[in-house]
Design a protein around this ligand. Structure first.
Ligand code: PMT
Length: 221
């Protein structure tokens, strides 16, 4: 049976992948389905939490008893997360956020001109939401959790990212064209800022979500 150990707590979870538009019909995106973030939202609600789920382009049904805020771009995701985080006990960033967005948005569809080479796409940096929340902690004592999607040197990159982002926990998972994205299962190591390392074996995304909440509950004040 599930322990109601998140009763009276407000948690914010981000899920899915941002889409950065080039014109009204095209965008730069990624392969996140939102399933890992939705598993986090469902399991937190089952453990008694009030849950705000910031959902970027997921197309998944709203989990019962969860407040869902749909967003499109990284800038919109940042606004929604910061607003919800002001009174949150924990923030978990499972969304795949674009590091860069196109510098320009064309109000009309970009046309192909047969006699011209294609224009290069110029990118600008998006805000780093996880780093910002970790540094500012909208609420004192708030527990901040990030995810790291890596394709190689998974653990070494994860440790570097944990230090750079400044969060309390970083869930490091390996991704690929057919790995983790969109799957029902995941496998991860949860790194703690305190030096802890918690391996979570391959299994349903709910099992990883439950372990994340176990580790969060221990850190709540
Ligand atoms: O959605 P699924 O199909 O279930 O797949 C799950 C998942 C692979 C998307 C998920 O488990 C995962 O790893 N999510 C994080 C993906 C990601 O963006 O990783 P990253 O290493 O690029 O970013 C590190 C962390 O910083 C993440 O918590 C991310 O939300 C955050 N970030 C990144 C960039 C940015 N500009 N702002 C951020 O806050």
């Amino acid at each position: 049976a599930t322990e109601p150990d998140l009763t009276g707590r407000h948690v914010v979870v981000s899920a899915g992948g941002t889409r950065e538009p080039l014109d009204p019909v095209r965008f730069l995106g990624n392969r996140s389905s939102g399933k890992q973030g939705y598993a986090l939202a469902r399991t937190a609600a089952a453990r008694g939490a009030r849950v705000t789920l910031i959902a970027a382009n997921t197309g998944l049904p709203d989990p019962a008893g969860v407040d869902v805020v749909p967003v499109g771009t990284a800038v919109q995701l940042r606004e929604a997360v910061l607003k919800a985080a002001s009174d949150a006990d924990a923030v978990v960033m499972a969304a795949a956020v674009a590091d860069f967005r196109p510098a320009a948005y064309a109000a009309g569809k970009i046309k192909k001109k047969d006699d011209q080479e294609p224009e290069p796409i110029v990118l600008v940096r998006n805000p780093d939401i996880l780093a910002e929340i970790s540094a500012d902690r909208p609420r004192p004592g708030q527990v901040v959790v990030g995810f790291a999607a890596e394709t190689d040197d998974v653990l070494a990159n994860g440790r570097t990212k944990l230090a750079r982002k400044g969060c309390d926990l970083l869930v490091v998972n390996e991704v690929g064209e057919r790995k983790t994205f969109g799957a029902e299962e995941n496998e991860a190591v949860v790194l703690g800022a305190d030096g802890s390392e918690t391996p979570v074996p391959y299994g349903p995304k709910e099992a990883l979500a439950e372990m994340v909440w176990d580790l969060v509950v221990r850190r709540l004040v």
